[in-house]
Design a protein around this ligand. Structure first.
Ligand SMILES: C[S@@+](CC[C@H](N)C(=O)[O-])C[C@H]1O[C@@H](n2cnc3c(N)ncnc32)[C@H](O)[C@@H]1O
Length: 215
């Protein structure tokens, strides 16, 4: 897909609501301390990288395997983000070289997800936050079944238990799972009921797993 067409979705009313909800949750989970560095793995067109870079001081980098999307992200950047073309399965960063690592709906398209998570944990110093697609959600029924439709074609969907298990055997502590976007239509009902669902049900389309690096 063309980068500008992909990014344009974030400017639609539905896209804006979904993205702001996701961005808010990711920000809360990262709980950034002043001056901390951040890496966005599978940054795509850089929408979330830019969102996370705003109103903070630490260095921010985005990496993606698609050179055209990285070029687009670089062109839209007015925040001095460092953009790289590279593979999440072999991150060109040293061990414990970045404070925070985030990856938003990218792991679902990466061939060896376990290797990519291992790489993120290797380069992170404090916390890793993963945004995934939830197989236990209404969105999966609408767009995820039988190989997926539209932008979801070929995506891997996780259950909350599978999402948590991505960190099994890795040197992390305090793995937490949360979810958002229960009614993916994004209309009035979705917005007004979003906060009403019991958090422990983990039934939102967007699944978040956060883990702290063991000291
Ligand atoms: C659905 S897009 C998400 C992009 C962005 N994080 C967002 O939420 O808008 C998935 C991204 O994963 C990237 N990707 C797939 N395999 C990758 C890999 N092995 N290494 C790095 N990025 C990869 C794709 O190029 C694509 O930009």
């Amino acid at each position: 897909m063309d980068a500008s067409a992909y990014d344009a979705w974030y400017e639609t009313p539905r896209g804006r609501w979904i993205a702001s909800r996701e961005l808010g949750l990711v920000r809360d989970l990262l709980a950034v301390h002043a001056g901390e560095s951040l890496l966005d793995v599978g940054c795509g067109t850089g929408y979330f990288t830019r969102g996370l870079a705003r109103q903070r001081e630490g260095a921010v980098s985005g990496i993606d395997i698609n050179p055209a999307w990285v070029a687009y992200a670089r062109q839209r950047d007015d925040l001095d983000i460092d953009w790289l073309v590279g593979d999440a399965q072999a991150l060109p960063f040293g061990d414990k070289s970045v404070d925070l690592v985030v990856s938003i709906t990218a792991l679902c398209f990466i061939e060896d997800e376990r290797l990519a998570v291992r790489e993120m944990v290797r380069v992170a110093r404090r916390r890793v936050v993963l945004g995934l697609l939830n197989r236990h959600s209404l969105l999966w029924w609408q767009k995820g079944r039988r190989g997926g439709r539209g932008a979801y074609r070929g995506a891997r969907w996780h259950t909350p238990r599978e999402a948590r298990a991505l960190f099994d055997g890795l040197p992390v502590t305090d793995v937490s799972v949360s979810s958002a976007i229960w009614l993916p239509g994004g209309g009035w009902l979705a917005r007004h009921t979003e906060g009403c669902w019991p958090a422990w049900l983990h039934g939102g389309a967007f699944l978040l797993v956060a883990a702290d690096l063991a000291r």
